[in-house]
Each structure stands twice: as C-alpha cells, then as structure tokens.
Design a protein around this ligand. Structure first.
Ligand code: GLA
Length: 390
C-alpha cells in the first residue's frame, strides 16, 4: 500500500540546498524545516479561545535561505524556479503562494527584527490543499531559517514569537482568517506527543499518545477534495461564532454555557455555537481518555465530533463522510474529519494490523461512490520546526 512518504530529513535538506544553488548560483547559508500537522480533535475551537489537540506530522517543508547585500527578497520553490522578486512584502504587495513566505519576512520585521534582503527556496512533502497545514509549514520553515541567519537562539520564547509572526503572515498578508493552531503546533510540537493548546490561557502541554505500545496507528486520508481557507466557508463559520458570542454576551464561545447556547433563537447560530462548546468538552474528554488508555472512549468521542461537524457546523462533505464511515466499518477504533473542512482529510485511530485493510476499504468505497482516488499517510507524532546543518 503506498502511503505518502515523508522522506528522509537529511536527503530533503540536501535536495533543497542543491535546488537553491541551481536557482541562485550559490549555496544557502541555512536550511529550516517545519512540519505539517493533523488535528486529533478540537476543530474550529482555536479562534473561539478554546482547546485543540493537534500533532506534528513527519511530513515537512524545507526552506533554504541566504542573506543578500541589498534589500530585495527573491522567493522560489522546487517547482517554480523563476523567483518572485520584490522589496515590499506586506499586505497587498505579493500574490500567490509567495505571499506566505514574504508575509513571514514582513511579520518578523514588524516584530522588530532587522531582516536583510534574502534569497529563499522552499520545497517539501506536506500534501498541498489536504487540510494538513502546508501553508503553516511553509511559513514556519522560513521563520526558523531566518532567525537562525540572524544568529538568534531558537528557544521557547523565540518560538512563541515566531508563532505570532507566522499567524500575522497568514491572516494579514495572505488573508486567510485562520485561528493559530497550525503555526503553534508546527513550532512547539513534541515528538511522540500531541500538543494540547489552550487559546484562552495561551498555554501548551505535550500529551503523550503511547500509540505503538497500544498497537495503534493514526491513518490520515486525504480525500483530495479541494479545500481553500481563503474561500468563504471558513470565514462564514467564524462570523457565526462571533455572532453567537455577541448574543450570549461573552467575549468568546469558550465562556458560553451549553444551556445558554440552547436558548439561542437563530437555529443556524445555535448549531454553530453548539458545535464549539461541545467540541471543547470533547478535547478534554480525549485528554482524559488518553491518560486512562481508554481507546474505545476515544472512538466514541471521535464519532460525536464528526457528527457535530457534519450536522451542526456543516463543514463535512460526502467524501469525508465516506472515509470516516468506511474506516470504522473496516476496523478503526474511531474516525473523524480533521482540519478546516469542506474537503481535506480524515483521521482514523486504527489497530496497526488493520491499517492496510482500512486504507484499501476506503479506496474501494471511493471507487464505488464515483469519487477520485484518495491518498493515505501515517501520522507518526513528530518534532517541531528546527534548523538543519548545511
Ligand atoms: C484550519 C485553520 C486552523 C483551525 C482549523 C480548524 O486548519 O488554519 O486555525 O481553525 O482549520 O480546526
């Protein structure tokens, strides 16, 4: 069964450095690496000051960077070797994927760092448009490379500062109104663990998963149905949540009581808010079940989460519903759609010996439903962004 291969960090780092040299005619000074992510549970809770529980994937983006003597920035990729080139990097100055890269340089300058002109080339293994945060991986790989070039020590405080700069790049420069989960986990994840992020207290806690010892694996299925965060669905959900909070007189839905939510008059707003308050509880329930190694309970919580996203938040689609239902029928302990929704990926907790069979069953179900072929990958909880030796 072909799973999407994360490749070897060393080989991919070397490849991106070689591509940089071919494009810009000199070797890079530094290579940054940042992982994509998959969310175990806690969807659309981040911009509601809630809880979420993502983990970093072994699939990452690599950014090779060198300092220039002028103030120009050139941005290329393994696929687009003719660089974007410019001096102004802020909102409205750049178009297309290079916006995410330029936005990080802008965000670091806004945060007070003296970032010179740069040559940048990026490439990677995070599937694009799969709801696995290829854009955050791109931002964070550039961020860690640039601060290494400035000679800064990538400690926890600096990592948190980079999270903020990358979020500004995404929301203010690229214009995707996302909530911060993706950049936080890409820069702060721990190998072998998920990261419990509390967007109210802004604290992060590593939560050991212990999957190998339990004979379990996380199977991610990319439905290959397009998902674009700059499209209207995500922003509309966010606006509904803000409307609900305003009706309830709370600063965010984190502070809304479930009973008060059920009193909301507008039926759609009520369902949106119900998803958020119940989903935040499900994150806590998952953390407790992980501590108790109660996998069946996690399966039930995943099921409820999926139903809530399908019926109350309305962000699923037939391909995601099929992937989730088929995974469970074929032996997964639990499954749910993951990420922003409207396409993208599902995640399933599966006994190791059933992984291939579950993936095959999803492939078969997709053919039977007339859907295009999905892609699968194994989500081994991996380390946060780092700088590679060049
Ligand atoms: C996208 C956004 C995140 C988060 C998720 C949904 O991945 O980038 O901030 O809101 O959707 O949980």
């Amino acid at each position: 069964m072909p799973f999407v291969d994360p490749g070897s960090t060393q080989d991919l780092g070397r490849d991106v450095a070689a591509a940089f040299e071919r494009t810009f005619g000199a070797a890079p000074q530094v290579v940054g690496r940042a992982p994509g992510r998959v969310n175990l549970i806690g969807e659309h809770t981040d911009y509601n000051a809630g809880l979420c529980l993502p983990l970093a994937l072994p699939h990452a983006t690599y950014a090779a960077v060198a300092r220039r003597d002028d103030d120009r920035v050139r941005i290329a990729s393994g696929q687009e070797t003719t660089p974007w080139e410019g001096v102004a990097l802020g909102p409205g100055d750049v178009e297309g994927w290079a916006t995410y890269v330029a936005g990080v340089v802008w965000g670091l300058r806004e945060a007070g760092h003296d970032v010179p002109g740069l040559d940048i080339l990026v490439d990677g293994r995070v599937p694009l448009g799969a709801g696995l945060s290829s854009s955050a991986a791109l931002e964070c790989s550039v961020a860690v490379a640039v601060v290494a070039l400035l000679g800064l020590d990538l400690d926890d405080d600096l990592r948190r500062e980079l999270v903020a700069a990358c979020i500004r790049a995404e929301t203010e420069v690229a214009g995707a109104p996302t909530g911060g989960m993706d950049q936080t986990v890409s820069l702060l994840a721990h190998e072998g663990a998920a990261l419990l992020i509390d967007f109210d207290s802004h604290s992060t806690t590593a939560v050991e998963l212990g999957l190998p010892a339990a004979g379990l694996a996380l199977l991610v299925t990319d439905t290959r149905v397009s998902h674009a965060l700059v499209d209207g669905g995500y922003a509309a959900r966010r606006a509904d949540c803000e409307t609900a909070a305003a009706f309830l007189g709370v600063a965010s839905l984190r502070h809304a009581a479930a009973a008060a939510v059920e009193e909301l008059e507008d039926e759609r707003i009520r369902r949106r808010a119900r998803h958020i308050v119940t989903e935040i509880d499900r994150v806590s329930a998952t953390v407790e079940a992980l501590a108790a190694r109660d996998w069946q309970q996690i399966g039930r919580v995943f099921r409820d989460s999926h139903v809530s996203m399908r019926d109350d938040f309305e962000i699923s689609c037939p391909e995601l519903d099929t992937a989730v239902a088929t995974a469970v029928e074929a032996g997964a302990v639990g499954a749910r759609m993951t990420g922003g929704g409207f396409g993208g990926s599902s995640i399933a907790l599966v006994p190791v010996e059933r992984v291939e069979a579950v993936a095959r069953a999803i492939d078969t179900a997709f053919v039977a439903s007339g859907f295009g072929p999905p892609a699968h990958l194994l989500a081994e909880p991996s380390a946060a962004a780092s700088v590679l030796p060049v």
